[in-house]
Ligand binder design. Structure first.
Ligand SMILES: [Zn+2]
Length: 79
């Protein structure tokens, strides 16, 4: 399965990785609530792809999120 990481703020493509199996613990998805998952992760079973909304480094800096520890922790989960 291909996993596309896109910035939820500016839409920039951050990263694309390919995995045989999605390890939810490794990716930190198990730390998300059901609502967060729906918001952040879109799975396309037909295309065998997964789209993950994250934030690019530039937006983290622009939004000043690096000062908000809780948010950054969440972002780190997804990398
Ligand atoms: Zn961005």
């Amino acid at each position: 399965m291909k996993i596309f990481y896109n910035c939820a703020h500016c839409g920039a493509a951050i990263d694309v990785i390919e995995v045989d199996q999605v390890d939810e613990v490794k990716f930190g998805f198990d730390c998300l609530t059901a609502e967060e998952r729906q918001d952040i992760i879109k799975v396309d079973t037909k295309e065998n792809t997964m789209h993950v909304h994250s934030l690019c480094d530039q937006c983290i800096e622009t939004l000043g999120l690096h000062e908000k520890k809780a948010v950054q922790q969440q972002i780190n989960f997804l990398h």
